[in-house]
Design a protein around this ligand. Structure first.
Ligand SMILES: NC(=O)c1ccc[n+]([C@@H]2O[C@H](COP(=O)([O-])OP(=O)(O)OC[C@H]3O[C@@H](n4cnc5c(N)ncnc54)[C@H](OP(=O)(O)O)[C@@H]3O)[C@@H](O)[C@H]2O)c1
Length: 329
């Protein structure tokens, strides 16, 4: 089969090679003896793949390896108990191996893809939307009627978080850096959109009657202290990622003075050993797809052979919504 491999750690321009490799077995490496083999139509592109081209991601398989953590396509074969069968359209989280014509995913990470979503949308459904639900609900304890502020709101995690929060009855405030990204955040359903280079902290407080209840932050960097100041009493700031590059430090007196919390949300590490939680989150997201709240926003689409350009879009802060590789028609 055709696949993209990471062959060294020289970065996205030079570390990727398109070639022929053997097809995987249905049994997934994380769940020996069971798994789902998927004929891939579209593969989602995310930060871990970018970091893997530089050897900077925690998961470091021996090289060369096929990157790609999630796909959408059609089931070819199932091993073990699964809620899907050969011929079904599915979205699957495969951890590695997604930038290929055929990929394997664990059974509990493979979800039916409804006809209302195309393959490119399916390729953006697992990582970002499960992370969004996990950050908002499992870790952030979101309640209907609360105000949620989302950093990096036009990105993959950001658009997903806006849609899930809205679907669960929250009011959403989006923080973005450009006009184009403002339009994407509005398309995702944000109630208010503020600029990261303006006085968003005061505007967010005004938009939420004195202070935001919950902040989801995949960006980190300098804005972290302002995020703490934008929270209302009892507010929660959920740490999801550090696309701005630097890892913020917290002066913990701020937590005490304002009675606020900083909460970590590491989806992959948490759910890996809890298949029942993944199935629960999948069922909640299926309801939000049915209600129309969840509609993944696909930004740039590239053919498989242009995987490097897809990773560079993320690296250059140009990506909006989900960046996708179109693998087969
Ligand atoms: N904790 C978890 O379980 C988990 C799960 C999934 C993803 N993540 C992490 O979440 C982060 C976001 O992922 P994503 O897929 O949403 O990425 P994305 O689509 O590229 O969006 C990231 C956003 O970060 C903002 N940003 C600010 N400074 C940036 C910079 N120097 N370079 C790039 N972007 C910058 C950009 O928004 P503006 O231009 O509007 O500022 C951009 O839209 C990543 O770090 C990823 O690894 C964590």
């Amino acid at each position: 089969m055709r696949a993209i491999q990471i062959v060294d750690t020289t970065g996205p321009e030079s570390a990727l090679e398109l070639g022929e490799v053997p097809e995987p077995e249905a049994a997934h490496m994380m769940t020996p003896g069971s798994g789902v083999l998927i004929d891939v139509e579209a593969a989602g592109v995310s930060f871990p793949e970018l970091l893997q081209t530089r050897g900077e991601y925690q998961l470091k398989p021996p090289m060369p390896f096929v990157p790609g953590s999630e796909v959408a396509g059609v089931v070819r074969e199932v091993q073990g108990e699964a809620a899907v069968a050969p011929g079904d359209r599915v979205a699957g989280f495969c951890v590695l191996g997604g930038f290929a014509e055929v990929a394997a995913a664990p059974t509990h990470f493979t979800f039916p893809l409804p006809d209302s979503l195309d393959a490119a949308q399916g390729a953006g459904l697992v990582l970002n939307y499960h992370t969004a639900y996990f950050s908002l609900v499992t870790r952030g304890r979101l309640r209907s009627g609360e105000t949620v502020l989302v950093h990096g709101a036009a990105g993959g995690v950001g658009t997903a978080t806006i849609q899930v929060a809205k679907g669960l009855g929250a009011r959403t405030v989006a923080i973005v850096s450009s006009d184009e990204k403002e339009a994407v955040a509005r398309e995702a359903g944000a109630d208010a959109v503020l600029r990261s280079d303006g006085d968003w902290r005061e505007a967010a407080k005004e938009a939420s009657e004195g202070g935001v209840d919950l902040i989801v932050d995949p960006v980190g960097g300098d804005r972290f202290t302002d995020s703490l100041r934008a929270l209302g009493e009892g507010g929660r700031l959920v740490v999801v990622g550090f696309t701005a590059g630097s890892i913020p430090e917290v002066k913990v007196n701020r937590l005490l003075l304002n009675n606020v919390e900083v909460i970590g949300a590491g989806w992959g590490a948490y759910v890996l050993s809890k298949p029942e939680l993944t199935l629960e989150i999948g069922a909640e997201l299926a309801k939000l797809i049915d209600s129309g709240a969840v509609r993944p926003i696909v930004g740039a689409r590239f053919p498989l052979e242009r995987a490097a350009d897809a990773l560079l879009a993320l690296d250059r802060r140009e990506a909006t919504g989900k960046v996708v590789l179109e693998v087969s028609a």
